[in-house]
Design a protein around this ligand. Structure first.
Ligand code: FES
Length: 152
């Protein structure tokens, strides 16, 4: 109760235009938390651990190395070694809803969609094809030596 009285006393000394300005930024801050990651791809929960010392993950031990990993994500994961940091991207094309042809295929340092041949950079996730709006969906990665945790 006392806090409310102190707060309303404080508000009397703030000009109305400043209050409106502060409210605008407050609402802007709230809106940021509700930003949709991608309108085509739904949120999926998974938690995968891989061990880079196993032969199956040998490609990821080299800069520019990549690997498709079926476990996790919507249509699997595209893993990429960017200067020693493992990046994990969703393997479902980010520019259309998942369909029978929307699985991305690794092609060197890029990924391509079999539907309309949209290309994406595995280093940045950025689309490389004109007309493609959304970047690859990224997932969280924690690295501890050869142990890599990929999750969402
Ligand atoms: S699904 Fe349409 S461009 Fe990939």
């Amino acid at each position: 109760m006392r806090t409310n009285i102190q707060f309303s006393f404080f508000l009397r000394f703030i000009p109305m235009k400043h209050l409106v300005f502060m409210l605008f930024f407050f609402l802007l801050g709230c809106a940021k938390n509700n930003v949709e990651r991608n309108p085509f791809l739904y949120e999926t929960r998974f938690d995968q651990n891989i061990n880079l010392s196993l032969p199956a993950f040998d490609n990821l031990n080299y800069q520019g190395g990549s690997l498709y990993w079926v476990n996790g994500g919507i249509k699997g994961l595209l893993l990429f070694n960017l200067a020693g940091t493992i990046m994990a991207w969703e393997a479902s094309c980010p520019n259309h809803a998942p369909s029978s042809c929307s699985s991305l295929r690794i092609n060197g340092v890029t990924a391509s969609c079999t539907c309309e041949d949209y290309q994406y950079s595995l280093a940045t996730g950025q689309p490389l094809t004109e007309g493609a709006t959304y970047s690859l969906l990224f997932y969280k990665v924690q690295q501890n030596g050869t142990q890599v945790r990929i999750y969402n």
